[in-house]
Design a protein around this ligand. Structure first.
Ligand SMILES: [Zn+2]
Length: 492
């Protein structure tokens, strides 16, 4: 029997702003769409948190026995600099500055994104469509919206008529905004653009002569608006009405609000049953963002090559750190927090290593079945990974007690415990199977820390020949020491 038959999953629906019991449209099947990256730069750790949050959702739904079609797009056109309808296309801008083809930019950063997700052991989506691969579908939807009277053409561009739409529908129902307030707070001056109202958004933009990414359409040579691609691709692969739509919190407005409006204007159907939004990763208390430079790249983390890091951290530890917070909570990044996560992860891993050699007895001093259900209860409660991890620590504590002869477990309970730990650690959390590189990276860190201390002692004794020798020989084998005001750190 499929697990989902007796595990009641509830999830927080950003649309209703409350936790709801999850019921799929088609019994046993789930359609899930998540807004993917705009591939104009290396994916930073804040982006990764969003995709890892939905990897957890995908993995748990699959673990419960659902057949999940997970669609996550690649935005390779139409995303302008300021998330609105003006400015340069992010990819075209990068191509211009690097003097390469836009599709080379797309290729470079798509590969980087895939490699990063692989390092984190995130599962690939079922379908990963691109905006440029769905221009025909996007034009088709614009034609329907025009026919239904919710859009207008002006000078070769087509805009969504938000005011007209709001007469019969509700624009702002996802983000909880009200159109009258938006109009009152609008700063765009009349007559500055082809739009009838500042709230209108582009479905199709006529390309300026210098704009290099362009396609023919009934209205002009141009390109689709950013919001439209997700409507086109989710409809194509999941239908006009599907189960789950996810993305980063910052996409709720305008991106997701516009997706709902487009779907309703196109086929009169509220497209999504459950909206899920993952919260952000902050650095120095500020949102990580490419545009502000306040971010850290996954590779900097894995090599330790960033001044804010005391040492390198493995992808598994980073993921463990992220999952110790709930996906809807803000998580602040710091080297200290990662070190604490690493200690906890290693402690848990050491305890679980004893599973295969654990002695068994006549009775169990812990109710293993109840413990296992409490792991499910945590995940059934809106994918509460921090509670799940707390339960795994409980199991680790119990395993250590059994090993020390202070607790006991029956052979059949031990089998239940082993299977459950395997499922939750590897299948659901997707932490990598115990890998030698993890152990090696810890040993390496400890060894370098030892050398850093010896060098410090040598310098204090004014033995500069020795301190320089330690630094130079480490440099020669590719380990860079950095002296800062808080001590010496290293990178690979
Ligand atoms: Zn999207």
């Amino acid at each position: 029997m499929k697990l989902f038959k007796n595990q009641k999953l509830t999830l927080y629906n950003s649309f209703s702003k409350k936790k709801e019991i999850f019921t799929p449209i088609h019994d046993g099947f789930i359609g899930m769409y998540v807004c993917g990256p705009t591939v104009y730069s290396n994916v930073h750790l804040g982006n990764c948190r969003t995709f890892l949050s939905f990897d957890l959702v995908f993995r748990y739904l699959k673990h419960l026995g659902y057949k999940v079609r997970y669609v996550r797009n690649i935005t390779d056109a139409g995303h302008l600099e300021n998330d609105a309808d003006s400015g340069e296309d992010r990819i075209a801008k990068k191509a211009r500055s690097e003097k390469i083809e836009p599709m080379e930019v797309v290729q470079n950063y798509t590969i980087d994104f895939h490699q990063t997700m692989e390092k984190f052991n995130a599962l690939p989506p079922s379908i990963e469509p691109t905006a440029t691969g769905h221009i025909i579908e996007q034009i088709g939807i614009i034609q329907e919206i025009l026919k239904n009277g919710f859009a207008y053409e002006k000078n070769g561009s087509v805009y969504f008529d938000v005011l007209k739409f709001n007469e019969t529908h509700h624009y702002g129902k996802l983000s909880g905004r009200n159109l009258e307030d938006m109009i009152a707070n609008s700063r765009e001056l009349e007559g500055q653009s082809d739009k009838k109202n500042p709230q209108d958004f582009a479905l199709w933009k006529k390309a300026e002569p210098k704009h290099i990414m362009r396609w023919p359409s009934p209205w002009s040579d141009g390109f689709p608006g950013w919001h439209l691609e997700c409507t086109a691709m989710s409809t194509k692969y999941l239908g006009e009405h599907f189960d789950i739509h996810g993305g980063g919190m910052d996409l709720k407005f305008p991106h997701h609000e516009c997706e709902i409006a487009q779907s309703e204007a196109f086929c009169n159907q509220n497209p999504v049953n459950y909206w899920m939004h993952a919260n952000m990763l902050t650095l120095n208390g500020q949102k990580m963002a490419k545009s502000t430079g306040n971010n850290i790249l996954p590779n900097e983390l894995f090599t330790g090559d960033n001044t804010i890091l005391s040492k390198p951290f493995s992808p598994t530890v980073t993921k463990f750190f992220m999952y110790q917070a709930h996906y809807r909570s803000i998580l602040d990044f710091s080297s200290d927090a990662l070190e604490a996560a690493e200690k906890g992860y290693n402690r848990m891993k050491e305890a679980f290593k004893n599973l295969n050699t654990l002695p068994t007895g006549k009775d169990s001093t812990m109710d293993i079945s109840a413990w296992k259900q409490s792991c499910y209860d945590a995940m059934n409660d809106d994918f509460n990974s921090p509670i799940l991890i707390a339960q795994l620590f409980e199991a680790a504590k119990f395993i250590n007690s059994v090993k020390d002869g202070k607790a006991s477990i029956t052979p059949s309970d031990l089998e239940i415990l082993k299977t459950a730990i395997h499922s939750f650690v590897f299948e659901v959390l997707g932490l990598q199977e115990e890998s030698i590189s993890d152990t090696n990276s810890t040993k390496l860190s400890d060894t370098v820390a030892l050398l850093i201390n010896l060098r410090k002692e040598a310098r204090e004794n004014k033995d500069f020949a020795t301190s320089d020798k330690i630094r130079d020989e480490l440099t020669a084998i590719g380990i860079q020491l950095k002296d800062g005001k808080d001590g010496t750190t290293f990178s690979l």
